[in-house]
Design a protein around this ligand. Sequence first.
Ligand SMILES: Nc1ncnc2c1ncn2[C@@H]1O[C@H](COP(=O)(O)OP(=O)(O)OP(=O)(O)O)[C@@H](O)[C@H]1O
Ligand SMILES: [Mg+2]
Length: 436
Amino acid sequence: MCLLSPTIPAKYQKDLQMPDPIHIHAVCKPTVHLECLLKENSTCRFDLIREDVRQWMVDNYSVIVLDSDVLGFDIHETLCGFIENIRVVEVSGSLEEVLQLDQVELEIHIYKFSKIVNHSEYLEDEDDTPAANIINLPSEILEGIWETLIFEDDLKKSLLLFIHAIMLFSDHGVDQNIIALNRLIILHGPPGTGKTSLCKSLSQKLSIRMSKRYPRSQLIEINVHSLFSKYFSESGKLVGKIFGDILKIVEDGDSFVCVLIDEVESLVSARKAAVSGCEPSDALRVVNALLTQLDRLKSKPNVLVMATSNLLEAMDEAFIDRAGIVSFVGNPALAAIYSILRSCLNELARARVIESQEQIITYAEAIMKLYSCPASDSSKLYRISEICKGMSGRLLRGLPVIAFSRYIQKPGLSLADMISALYQVAKEEQKRLEQR
Ligand SMILES: Nc1ncnc2c1ncn2[C@@H]1O[C@H](COP(=O)(O)OP(=O)(O)OP(=O)(O)O)[C@@H](O)[C@H]1O
Ligand SMILES: [Mg+2]
């Protein structure tokens, strides 16, 4: 029997219109996230201090601004003794950057750096190559990285919201046979675009966000190259062993575990090669072992696997298919280049390597001044940013040192001198890239 799809009468067509996502947002109160770092020696209870912070915010603030520090708690009797800093970090359910406190839900995340020493896990092979590094979270060494990373398309926020959605579905007991909750994120793109830094800082972020539910969090960085030991035939077994160990940690339901597989293509490009007869079947065993292990982790609510690669095309399709998000991370566009260089110059001024009384203005402000003040520092930085198109974030963050070493060489010069040096170096690097 052939079933025809029904045609909906014209008078009902209007009822079929979908609400746009902005309308969906408008129905719920936005949630603003505040992160509150405790002093190293604080011994207070997190739930009590959370309520104190909430009350103090309500008593003292009517408006809050995203991406800013909350000031003034240092004169509060209790808070000043316990808290190092409070930051307004994100909002979900709104696109505004300035929000009325009485119009939002406040989600306050209290955290403290983990004091448990980070360590490397050694497998029993002869040269003792660590198969994985374990970093206990939140970690002081990862603090602040998230804020320094600048991407288009709100990549950072969309990753956080995706994980939030997975956790929410999972908490509601959604049947995974009906809705797939794929806890694998793949970031791919050219070198130096911030993929590894983003994964590490995402794990830090999650450890802070989830601390109410998971008192312990860990980042496990798998050393892919150690898996290809001289006993290549053993690699499949090694993958099984590492993930077996990871599963044991995950099964302690109090820990949230982020697994990072950097440069994953070397692990999962083998199938294509093996099928075409170029590689031994050992390589295929490694890929299959990894896929099996990912499937074992799939049902666990407290795990996230992140993988980075320079070459998506080289990767096994079955691996890519298991990902909840596959995101391309490219070289920064103009606005991001400006923001990266701006942060470098502001940092040099803060550290008194150059003399400057004022901070360089933001990209949005710089655009407005571009034609009215073409000789201003921000307009010059805008022009340098244009020259830097096509450069990676890693190269951009290295330009100030090259500029200083080639053209300045001693501290105390002005911001204008540094900008001139940066302009020269940007042109030189642009030429070098063109010649490649
Ligand atoms: N979008 C960005 N915003 C700010 N900084 C960036 C950005 N991209 C890269 N960087 C800087 O470049 C450095 C290198 O980044 P990272 O190692 O994370 O890149 P990657 O994409 O993993 O590179 P690779 O593919 O070579 O492993 C970081 O220290 C980071 O500060
Ligand atoms: Mg990397």
